[in-house]
Design a protein around this ligand. Structure first.
Ligand code: ZN
Length: 278
């Protein structure tokens, strides 16, 4: 069945320090101290902002260790609890993903996690069989034109949306991440919060257009883009100097989010896949 178009709103729920690779090799205790309670303190304002709209939250498992009530809060508000990774870093080696899945098995089972979002939307084909073995039903870890729903073994792949300017590609092998070949291939990755930070009006218009074509776009935001951390973006200044491309991730997108909520029906990815594939 092809459900009516809706916006598949996803939130990669991670610490404000996740975009920079500078923190990857700090001890978990240091990362916890640096987060300063941020990921816990902003969950209520974010849930309130969403009102009755149900989104997919892909949680970094480390946050569940720091703030054990976090997934329950999201779950109780009727949202989908998904898995982003246990510790946020590039995860393109199958053995590393396996370790991450083992470390997160307990809480994933408790909250009936079925969806996987690879960190940095960057994965490899070898991850799909692992997801299947670990109780997942779907992944959203590639970029591809809206309306693309792929089958990778028994795992559905619902990619983050791009707008194809040069015609739709015919093959979709992982990785399909936001890089120069993707953009040179004519795909505008508007589902990324990097792009909605730079061009919110253009992204809004593209979503309108996709809806008219009967498509359901997948887009993502981060908690620190909905509620800006204190001393922001100053506390991230060193990372911005090292990588100015991170700048759009520091923009506050709450007005953009409100616009989306006002104008489009919203759904979780899991709900959408269930309706589409039954
Ligand atoms: Zn992330």
């Amino acid at each position: 069945m092809n459900p009516s178009p809706r916006l598949l709103l996803t939130i990669d729920y991670e610490s404000w320090l996740a975009p920079s690779r500078r923190y990857d090799f700090l001890s978990p205790e240091k990362r916890f101290a640096l987060d300063e309670g941020f990921a816990w303190n902003v969950i209520d304002p974010i849930l309130e902002r969403l009102k009755d709209n149900k989104a997919s939250f892909y949680i970094v498992g480390e946050l569940v260790e720091w703030y054990p009530d976090l997934p329950q809060k999201i779950f109780d508000a009727g949202h989908e609890v998904g898995f982003h990774c246990q510790v946020h870093r590039p995860l393109t080696v199958v053995a590393d993903v396996e370790q991450d899945l083992q470390a997160s098995a307990g809480w994933r089972k408790k909250y009936k996690v079925h969806g996987y979002r690879a960190p940095m939307i960057n994965t490899v084909e070898g991850v799909y069989p692992l997801l299947e073995q670990n109780g997942f039903t779907y992944s959203s870890s590639l970029y591809a034109p809206a309306g693309t729903l792929l089958q990778k073994g028994k795992i559905w792949e619902a990619p983050v949306s791009t707008y194809p300017l040069l015609g739709k590609p015919s093959t979709f092998h992982a990785p399909r991440r936001m890089d120069v070949p993707l953009v040179l291939g004519g795909e505008f990755p508007y589902g990324s919060s990097f792009i909605s930070g730079m061009f919110p009006k253009t992204v809004f218009k593209i979503i309108e257009k996709e809806f008219k074509a009967g498509l359901s776009p997948v887009i993502f935001l981060h908690p620190y883009e909905i509620v800006s951390p204190t001393r922001w973006p100053a506390r991230f200044a060193r990372d911005l100097l090292a990588n100015p491309l991170l700048y759009p991730f520091t923009f506050n997108k709450s007005a953009f989010l409100d616009d989306l909520l006002r104008n489009f029906p919203i759904s979780t990815v899991e709900g959408y896949i269930r309706e589409t594939t039954q």
